[in-house]
Design a protein around this ligand. Sequence first.
Ligand code: SF4
Length: 185
Amino acid sequence: MQYTWNDIEQHVMVCRQCPLSQTRHLPVMGRGNRQADIMLIAEAPGGQEDEQGIPFVGRSGEILDRLLHDCGLDRKELYMTNIIKCHPPGNRDPKEEEKDACFPYLKYETFLLKPRIIVCLGRVAAQRIISPDFKITRQHGTWTVRKNCALTATFHPSAILREPSRYESVKADFCEVVKKHALRY
Ligand code: SF4
């Protein structure tokens, strides 16, 4: 059966496939341009996303907007989502069984979007999408190609909140995304 964006969204909004459904406030479906070439994938919704049901809001969202602006990108050019759609209590890492339960939604999002570039934000996303042994500190900004899609990873904007000195290297990674995107046309 071929699912549509609306089908996926409706499933996510009522999903009870893992225990996070008991503690979340709102599920957080991916959001953005559904014709975008660039897809951002982070780990999980944070506390403010959980309250609002929207990905990348709050202080991390502000940092992301600043990074995008500094590299000449705009949210309107991107699709943004998470590996899991419900907030893990206390911002803990998602458990393997939670990631497995939620992964079909990400697969459908990726299938419908058909991105040319995927940017993983943070270790958890990079290890799920690029390689289980991906080391974000050493390997951020590196690229690999899979099925006609270029994949890379950088730190999650929340890591910049914890360590502001990371800003410039994350900005450099995002600016490479812009260059890579331009080269593909
Ligand atoms: S995290 Fe994913 S699988 Fe678990 S309840 Fe939320 S939407 Fe469903």
